[in-house]
Design a protein around this ligand. Structure first.
Ligand code: MN
Ligand code: MN
Length: 477
């Protein structure tokens, strides 16, 4: 027996999986680096609350580092840096590798849309001398969480002449904000006996936008008239032009450190900007990678990845095809089978947030198979709901390649599922990308209060996520 024990190559203490708290394990300099990275992240997401803003700021960051629009290049060689805007709401960028693209790509993918309230096509109405916007919520929200908080308007609207007007009201300290009322507790007996899902109905998510009447004595609805006059003066738009609007109502709050020790960040839209930002940053630092590295930032994930800006859109694949064609002598040399074979050898991290085990709600989680805040990135081999339905399960050999790279780079990780099997579930963009034949695994960090107007993440998790993404695109093959 004694000899057998000796022959074990690993220490007994290493046999069982351990996923320690990284604030406890990390060096002082790593924690300092995490704090500094968090500062950059906060300022980027404060300026990038919507998918359009995130894409606009990504293009700017790319241009500063010498990336050019892929349309301007006829051929691509190692070290070339290109990007593509997907209708201004999705984004892809790449650094061409030393090996030909026909060997496959290394891809990081995240989504840049977040739950919010969108305007209805006929949004403006007057009721009892108050003017409101009618909204249609976007993504899975707990409606009651969106009342009684300051709200901002972000987006675009087109006037009758086709001119685009960019709207951003509520972020500057001198700007007005917008608001959804709730009932006072003195009179809420009926409301409080309802189920939480029924406190506030979708049709009651009406946003207060005005309360001073127009001077126009003939106006049938003088309060509404006054708001339309303001909008016309500022943007040259009329009520009918709202049919063109993509205006999103988001919390008018800035990303803030949370906790006396500043361990966390409280902010709107961590899902999925907390993955999109490091996915972008780890690509921007590439110079001449071995394999061509790509970051894809998609829209519409929160409502199923549809439309020509969602992950199911052909435009993202067109970008990959264009990379391969222009790296193989030009688009006239494109060969579909070579592209398909390249996709078989492509490896991707589908980077999205996951739920963090919340000790306040232990019954929602399976404590042995869940992610813990500050315990680092979580590898999620499969997602889906109730019997893995809708999941793109990653292949074990591919997961093994990834965990070996993490080990070589001393990057800790944890693993598990979203929550208890029968409680629900969720999906990511992984399944749509896997259709092309590429290997994909989900990887992200835990979030508390996911889809709430303000969500919480841990700074140390964000930093290790960035290190993991870098290690992945530089080394996976
Ligand atoms: Mn997400
Ligand atoms: Mn989400």
């Amino acid at each position: 027996m004694a000899d057998k024990k000796k022959s074990l190559k690993v220490k007994k203490s290493d046999l069982a999986a351990e996923f320690p708290n990284l604030y406890k394990e990390a060096s002082k300099s790593d924690i300092e680096a995490a704090m500094a990275f968090a500062e950059d992240y906060k300022s980027f997401i404060d300026a990038s609350k919507t998918e359009r803003e995130f894409v606009r700021n990504s293009i700017e960051a790319c241009k500063e580092l010498g990336f050019v629009d892929i349309d301007t290049k006829k051929k691509l060689k190692a070290g070339d840096k290109v990007y593509k805007s997907v209708k201004g709401k999705g984004f892809a960028c790449a650094v061409i590798g030393v090996e030909p693209c026909t060997n496959g790509f290394n891809i990081l993918g995240a989504h840049v849309d977040s739950p919010r309230l969108d305007l209805k096509p006929n949004p403006v109405f007057e009721d009892n001398e108050t003017v409101y916007f009618k909204t249609h919520y976007y993504g899975g929200i707990k409606k009651y969480q969106w009342t009684t908080i300051p709200l901002a308007l972000h987006g675009v609207i087109y006037s009758a002449d086709g001119k685009e007007h960019i709207v951003s009201i509520g972020e500057d300290d001198s700007d007005p904000v917008f608001y959804i009322t709730d009932l006072l507790p003195h009179l809420d007996n009926q409301q409080m006996s309802k189920k939480a899902s029924e406190f506030i109905s979708g049709e009651d998510l009406n946003v207060v936008i005005g309360g001073i009447p127009s001077d126009d004595k003939d106006a049938k609805e003088p309060y509404k008239q006054a708001v339309l006059e303001l909008l016309n003066k500022k943007y040259g738009i009329k009520e009918k032009d709202f049919v063109t609007a993509e205006i999103e109502i988001v919390p008018a709050t800035k990303a803030r450190d949370c906790g006396l020790d500043r361990a966390y960040i409280a902010a709107y839209g961590h899902d999925d900007k907390v993955c999109a930002y490091p996915a972008l940053m780890s690509l921007l630092t590439q110079e001449k990678p071995k394999r061509t590295c790509v970051t894809i930032l998609t829209d519409k994930e929160e409502i199923g990845s549809y439309s020509n800006t969602g992950a199911q859109s052909a435009i993202y694949e067109n970008f990959l095809m264009e990379l391969l064609a222009k790296n193989s002598g030009g688009i006239e040399n494109f060969n579909m089978l070579l592209y398909r074979k390249a996709m078989e050898n492509t490896m991707m991290l589908s980077t999205d947030v996951t739920s963090g085990y919340d000790p306040k709600y232990p019954s929602a989680f399976e404590s042995r198979n869940t992610a813990y805040m500050s315990h680092g990135i979580k590898i999620e081999k499969y997602t889906g709901a109730r019997g893995k339905s809708g999941s793109s399960e990653a292949n074990g050999d591919f997961v093994s390649k990834f965990t070996r790279i993490l080990a070589e780079n001393s990057i800790p990780w944890q693993t598990g599922e979203l929550g208890k099997i029968d409680n629900g579930g969720g999906g990511t963009i992984a399944a749509y990308m896997a259709k092309t034949g590429m290997d994909v695994v989900d990887c992200g960090i835990p979030v508390w209060s996911m889809h709430a107007p303000v969500e919480l993440i841990s700074k140390i998790d964000l930093y290790y996520l960035y290190l993991a993404y870098k290690a992945f695109i530089e080394n996976i093959r």
